[in-house]
Design a protein around this ligand. Structure first.
Ligand code: FAD
Length: 390
């Protein structure tokens, strides 16, 4: 593994930074924690699309740039460093587009990829259900075929962004009479279809970013299926590796990380910078070590992908370590800031714009979404260490 970036990658990094600095200077956005999942701005996504920064690894024939996964990591690292509002296109760029490229028909590629690349359409992920989370194959949302297409009935839950997106990438049961992993298919569904209702769920921060989505006799055409009918399970497993190993797993709260380091240097305690306090120094140094380790684990996944291998256990390893790091970062920031850390951004006395309390309340979900840490440790044990299944 080569740890250096090429001169082209370094110059690309600068180009991205210059763009983001100029957008911030114009007041287009303010750095925000978790902006990859709650910073929904179709206008900003369209600008990113115009720059050729959505789908940059995808084939040129569908409007992509054919660039490397490492180039894409340089881009996503900078978008996250600046806390830019990229939620509208994040899922599509990270995993929906790659799935359509791998499993979609020529017509589906021509229809959806250019619109994703231009930042015109946005996809949510419709996997989890009330009775199917870690055991996703237990899902019950049914797609029943008739002469005109499929009729959908059922419920999804925790669907991030479904109140803002226009499409959902849906996992459904197309055959209930075979073992549970064998009767599953994936399809693309327009969220504005009659019979779909989206009900908000409010999280611990008081924010609304995920939803329940209900399907009541929703009609979709036969062409909605992506890949092979009843063979969706294999497709989902590959997709989850992309989902688990993005740079957001370590950098979603980077604006807080940067702010707490600055705060410790600039705030005085008994006439000395807070950062001179031995306990605080140790904690910040430890976090910095963990951040760098996490970043390298994510780069390793990109490198495995660039070798055309499936980063099965590497993605689980990276996601587990990185999301737990982000929980430690939030806790440490709360401790350093003291009681004022609990005030939300609306309060004029909120420390660091309320970023610490937001992170403290949102990061418990990190070790649940896209696979819980327990489940990922199971994957690591079996596929990484070769231990027998529990
Ligand atoms: C912020 C957030 C956003 C999300 N966004 C989406 C989204 O956009 N789309 C979507 O489809 N889903 C989304 N999810 C749902 C997420 O994928 C599920 O929460 C996750 O898969 C866990 O499922 P569950 O919540 O049903 O928990 P369960 O599967 O019921 O697990 C409960 C507990 O049991 C443990 N457990 C379960 N099985 C095992 C096992 N085999 N070994 C050891 N321990 C086990 C788990 O680790 C967990 O601690 C989101 C979740 C969160 C928190």
């Amino acid at each position: 593994m080569d740890f250096r970036f090429t001169p082209e990658q370094e110059s690309f990094r600068k180009e991205v930074r210059d763009f983001l600095e100029s957008e911030m200077a114009k007041g287009i956005f303010k750095p925000r924690c978790d902006a990859w999942i709650i910073g929904h701005s179709p206008e900003f996504s369209r600008k990113i699309g115009e720059k050729g920064w959505i789908g940059m690894t995808w084939p040129k024939e569908y409007g992509g740039q054919g660039r490397s996964y490492l180039d894409r990591l340089v881009l996503t690292e900078e978008l996250l460093r600046y806390g830019a509002p990229v939620a509208a296109h994040w899922f599509s760029d990270r995993q929906i587009g790659p799935s359509i490229i791998t499993y979609g028909t020529e017509e589906q590629k021509k229809e959806f990829l250019p619109k994703i690349i231009n930042g015109e359409i946005y996809f949510g992920l419709g996997m989890s259900e009330p009775e199917a989370g870690s055991d996703l194959a237990a899902l019950n949302t049914r797609a029943v075929e008739d002469e005109n297409g499929f009729v959908l009935n059922g419920q999804k839950v925790w669907t991030s962004g479904a109140h803002s997106f226009n499409y959902i990438y849906l996992v459904v049961r197309t055959d209930p009479d075979v073992p549970k992993h064998k009767g599953i298919s994936e399809m693309i569904v327009d969220l504005n279809s009659p019979g779909i209702s989206v009900n908000p769920l409010v999280d611990m921060t008081g924010g609304r970013h995920f939803n329940e989505v209900f399907f009541d006799n929703v009609r979709v055409p036969k062409t909605a299926i992506i890949g092979k009918r009843n063979e969706g399970w294999k497709q989902i497993v590959a997709q989850l590796d992309y989902e688990r190993s993005g740079m957001e797993r370590v950098m979603a709260n980077y604006p807080l990380f940067e702010a707490i380091l600055k705060y410790a240097k600039e705030t005085k305690y008994k006439g000395q910078p807070l950062s001179k306090h031995p306990l605080i120094r140790q904690r910040l140094a430890q976090l910095t070590v963990e951040f760098e380790v996490g970043r390298l684990l994510i780069y390793k996944v990109a490198w495995v992908l660039s070798q055309k291998r499936i980063p099965n256990y590497e993605a689980s390893l990276a996601k587990t370590f990185c999301t737990e790091f982000q929980q430690r970062l939030a806790r440490t920031a709360m401790e350093i800031l003291g009681p004022y850390s609990q005030l939300k951004p609306e309060s004029e006395r909120a420390a660091l714009d309320g970023m610490a309390v937001h992170s403290f309340l949102i990061t418990p979900g990190y070790t649940l979404q896209a696979g819980t840490s327990e489940v990922l440790r199971n994957i690591l044990a079996m596929r990484g260490l070769g231990l027998p299944a529990a």
